[in-house]
Design a protein around this ligand. Structure first.
Ligand code: URP
Ligand code: ZN
Ligand code: ZN
Ligand code: ZN
Length: 628
């Protein structure tokens, strides 16, 4: 094993020795291409005490580092790069914000067992793969949010990287309603997840979902759904067992894409009815993805706005061209007509319009940035970012505020191995919703590249082959979940960037920056003032995945044998180099809990939409009154 051993426990890391992180708190990353979600440039990055202090070209070694950009040139404070500064050469490589995995289940209890990666081993694996923060799901204890949070706070004490929490809601009453407020206002949780599947365990019905959606809206918290019709899945499972189909393939056959599409559509419509943003976790099928696409670009409005966009574009071209040139005029008129024709063919515009809008809206923040990049305080930048991300929101979401999260397994795997003759192999692919037939993954990749889906999670939830074997006679007893926390950054790079489906700035957006959980610009950015969670990716290097060399505690890997281009060579978490030369240096307890504020940009303008809904009702109060 060229890397370190997989069995990482508290106090033993990598090759069995706990190597403390390098003591230096000053880092200079030089010569690389710094990539943010809006912008990439050649620049050096200077880090001190866990915070990014400067991002500027030529902050060279032995030259001087200007610490405070806001100080005028004349009385600038200059500091020499001393011996206490660790210099990292990133020439020819990309320097990017560390990954943020929005969807993990570390040490999660399920089917009387617990997922084997806990908050230490799972995070160590994450760091080795370039992810520096994750958001895990707190499971309530007998419906109690506060009791659930206590359990997770305990589990997370051994953290070696920063983390945040989503909260699952399994019942609803006055106590839960009050606790949701406490979670949001005091505990830094800004999202709640509702399971529409796992009947009898976590599943909620429509009545509870509606109550939850209303409460989320009033608190400015994001409602998330696991979208599969749990009643129908239960029926599907009975059907498979009656047919004698007990193997892992029965898992996929019992819960087809149809049931994911149904629940996705239902959740979207109920969120639309309440008028609150919705986040659909682990979108695994074309069926669910298309419901999201439809909701985000509601019909006529979408066509009209896309026409206006084209009109603007063509008149701009026209301005630049020779107006008296008759063939040129004819060209413009013809393309406009063609555009109208295209617009009435359903689906045709959808293929390229989102890309145009994404391009246009990505220019806005860069322009704002260039204008103000000098003398920009952290607070100002925060405001610029809020304003531009709202602009992005309105240009990218023309319809309903629905966010779709694909997971790595859904993007790159297919269901074929569920039929493998070896149970250990077949069962390791069991997760919910199931990994789908080939074709779904490719469509999800397309949706991620054109903006229908927004950010990539993993749903990392690993059970070893002994635990998976609980279901050898009955697929219903196989604990659900696959790995991915260590592999996500590499697989998204190889599948999406290397193939040319997304740009490098988009890579940063979908793996880290997406503004949804309201941590930007503290997290997900390489700008002065941000946390120093940084990776250095070498696009010319290669990676290979296998269970022997991975850092997860589990003994299998659903990406076994995969190779690809692009390798995370260095991971810096909280200003400390934790992964370098294929070696992990992590310490349990060094990770911080990150509070997330409510009312993300997804909520901006909602109140106005509500007001116009009320005024549109046009129905008097108590129009008829009994006279007795
Ligand atoms: O199979 C899965 N996805 N296990 C984790 C729990 C969930 O549904 O997210
Ligand atoms: Zn810049
Ligand atoms: Zn789920
Ligand atoms: Zn999950």
């Amino acid at each position: 094993n060229q890397f370190c051993k997989t069995d990482i426990g508290i106090g033993e890391v990598g090759c069995g020795i706990l190597s403390p992180p390098s003591s230096t708190t000053k880092l200079l990353i030089k010569g690389g291409t710094v990539v943010n979600a809006h912008h990439q440039e050649f620049a050096d990055v200077y880090v001190e005490d866990g915070i990014i202090v400067a991002v500027e070209p030529n902050l060279r070694e032995l030259c001087y580092v200007r610490f405070f950009a806001e100080l005028a040139e004349s009385n600038a404070k200059w500091n020499k790069v001393g011996d206490d500064v660790k210099v990292i050469d990133a020439t020819g490589k990309y320097v990017m914000p560390g990954g943020i995995d929005p969807h993990t289940h570390l040490a999660m209890e399920a089917l009387n067992t617990e997922s084997v990666d806990d908050f230490f081993s799972g995070q160590a694996a994450a760091l080795a793969g370039g992810t520096t923060m994750h958001i895990d799901f707190v499971i309530p204890v007998n419906g109690s949010l506060t009791a659930g949070l206590e359990v997770y706070e305990e589990k997370a004490k051994k953290s070696c990287m920063d983390y945040g929490f989503h909260m699952v809601i399994t019942k609803f009453d006055d106590i839960v309603s009050r606790d949701m407020e406490i979670m949001v206002k005091e505990k830094g949780i800004n999202s709640f997840k509702f399971f529409l599947a796992y009947k009898g365990v976590l599943m909620v019905n429509d009545e509870l979902l509606l109550e939850g959606l209303k409460r989320c809206k009033s608190l400015g918290a994001l409602a998330m759904v696991h979208a599969e019709n749990g009643d129908a899945v239960f029926e599907g499972q009975k059907r498979m067992i009656q047919l004698g189909i007990t193997g892992p393939e029965g898992h996929a056959l019992s819960r087809p894409p149809l049931l994911e599409g149904e629940a996705t559509a239902r959740a979207i419509r109920l969120a639309g009815f309440v008028n609150t943003p919705l986040y659909v976790v682990h979108v695994m099928s074309i069926d669910a993805m298309e419901e999201i696409a439809r909701a985000r670009k509601s019909g006529l409005l979408y066509l009209i706005s896309s026409f206006l966009f084209y009109y603007w574009l063509s008149s701009t071209i026209y301005e630049f061209g020779n107006k008296d040139d008759v063939p040129f005029k004819a060209f413009i008129v013809t393309t406009r007509l063609l555009y109208v024709l295209l617009a009435v063919v359903p689906g045709s515009v959808a293929n390229y319009f989102p890309k145009c809008v994404a391009l246009l809206s990505s220019l806005l923040p860069s322009l704002a940035f260039i204008k103000t990049s000098r003398n920009l305080s952290y607070g100002t930048l925060n405001r610029v970012v809020k304003c531009t991300s709202t602009t992005r929101f309105y240009s990218r979401h023309i319809g309903q505020r629905v966010v779709g999260e694909p997971v790595v397994s859904g993007l790159v795997l297919d269901d074929s191995r569920l039929w493998d003759s070896d149970f250990t192999t077949a069962s390791k692919y069991v997760m919910s919703p199931p990994i789908r037939a080939s074709g779904h993954g490719k469509a999800l990749q397309g949706a991620l590249s054109n903006g229908v889906l927004q950010l990539v999670g993993t749903d990392h939830c690993v059970f070893n082959s002994t635990q998976k074997a609980f279901g050898i006679d009955d697929f219903r007893k196989i604990p659900n979940g696959v790995n991915g926390i260590e592999e996500r950054m590499h697989l998204v790079w190889d599948t999406m960037v290397e193939s040319g489906q997304i740009s490098i700035t988009d890579y940063v957006r979908v793996t880290s920056t997406e503004w949804i959980f309201n941590m930007y610009p503290r997290k997900g950015a390489i700008i002065p003032g941000s946390d120093a969670d940084i990776i250095i990716l070498n696009p010319h290097s290669t990676f290979e995945i296998n269970a022997r060399s991975h850092h997860s505690r589990t003994d299998t890997n659903v990406y076994e044998g995969r190779r690809g281009k692009g390798k995370v060579e260095v991971t810096i978490a909280g200003g400390r180099v934790v992964w370098e030369n294929n070696e992990l240096k992590v310490v349990p307890g060094s990770g911080k809990y990150i509070k997330m504020a409510p009312f993300s940009y997804l909520f901006s303008g909602l109140d106005r939409a509500d007001a116009s809904y009320l005024s549109s009702l046009n129905a008097p109060v108590n129009r008829f009154k009994s006279t007795t």
